[in-house]
Design a protein around this ligand. Structure first.
Ligand code: ADP
Ligand code: MG
Length: 271
């Protein structure tokens, strides 16, 4: 169980997350949906314990995140797949996957592992599960975006936390590969692990997740089982009107020097 109670986050005066309260049950599959800048990444960072809330209280499985002093305990509770994967490009796939064990190992064992990889079989099993068997010795920076995403998933597999967070896991992938990655995430989460992802595809979110939380201007706009979210709710969620980060040009009238798309005659699009 994850519990956020009146959690707010300010970045030097700017309120990125207004006080929100959310409870997520063990094994639930939840998506944070919402426009860019709405606060999805901030919410995931707060739940991952990488960012402390300005006010409010976060608990995972009854443990208050702010009370955790040990990387080992945090790494058993929650693991995050960041949007840019955060792989060390110059290191092998094996080392990047084993980075998922750093919380568990502590400093010296981690250091030794750079020369003599520890628990190699854990990493090779994880690579098999994500469809990258035989890739252990490849340089991570040479992999495609989809392959790097799989390495990041293998890393969280060896970490084996009870909550898996994935920030826009399909943003950099084509639709077919994106769907494969979502299937994989849902499969590795199984029924025991809680999975929380942020993304923009309502169709894919509805196919693979139980619950959609719409986030807008740092607040929860709706929080519903997938099937109960309507297209009107989605239009409101993504509407530029009243959106704090909306580009000014959305409302400003077009000038002759700066014609808007609508001023261009339709014929220009036809060949
Ligand atoms: P999303 O992931 O939904 O695009 P974010 O959580 O990244 O949204 O950002 C929410 C808001 O907080 C945005 O307005 C963003 O500019 C701001 N923000 C995010 N990180 C920082 C930071 N480290 N310092 C200042 N402002 C930030
Ligand atoms: Mg984000």
């Amino acid at each position: 169980m994850i519990s956020l109670k009146n959690v707010a986050k300010r970045y030097s005066g700017f309120e990125a997350i207004a006080p929100v309260s959310i409870r997520i049950k063990k094994g639930e599959r939840v998506v944070f949906l919402g426009p860019t800048g709405s606060g999805k990444t901030t919410l995931l960072l707060l739940i991952s314990g990488q960012l402390a809330p300005t006010s409010g209280h976060i608990e995972i499985d009854g443990v208050a995140l702010k009370s955790i002093r040990s990387g080992r305990i945090l790494s058993r509770l929650v693991g995050m797949i960041p949007q840019q994967f955060d792989l060390v490009r110059n290191l092998s796939v094996l080392h990047n996957v084993l980075a998922g064990r750093l919380g568990e190992w502590g400093f010296f064992r981690s250091l030794i592992s750079l020369m003599f990889p520890q628990e190699r079989s854990l990493a090779t099993d994880a690579l098999n599960r994500v469809g990258l068997s035989g890739w252990a010795n490849s340089r991570s920076g040479n992999l495609s975006g989809g392959e790097q995403q799989r390495v990041a998933i293998a890393r969280v597999l060896v970490q084996d936390p009870s909550v898996i967070l994935a920030d826009e896991p399909i943003a950099s992938l084509d639709p077919a590969r994106g769907e494969e990655i979502l299937k994989l995430l849902v499969e590795i989460a199984g029924t025991e692990k809680t999975l929380i992802a942020s993304m923009h595809s309502v169709r894919l979110a509805s196919s693979y997740f139980d619950r959609l939380i719409g986030v807008r201007n740092g607040a929860v706009h709706f929080d519903l089982p997938t099937g109960r979210v309507t297209s009107t709710m989605l239009d409101e969620l993504y509407s530029l009107e009243g959106l704090r980060d909306a580009p000014q040009s959305a409302e400003s009238p077009s000038s002759p020097n700066n014609p808007s798309l609508l001023d261009v005659p339709m014929e220009s699009y036809e060949n």
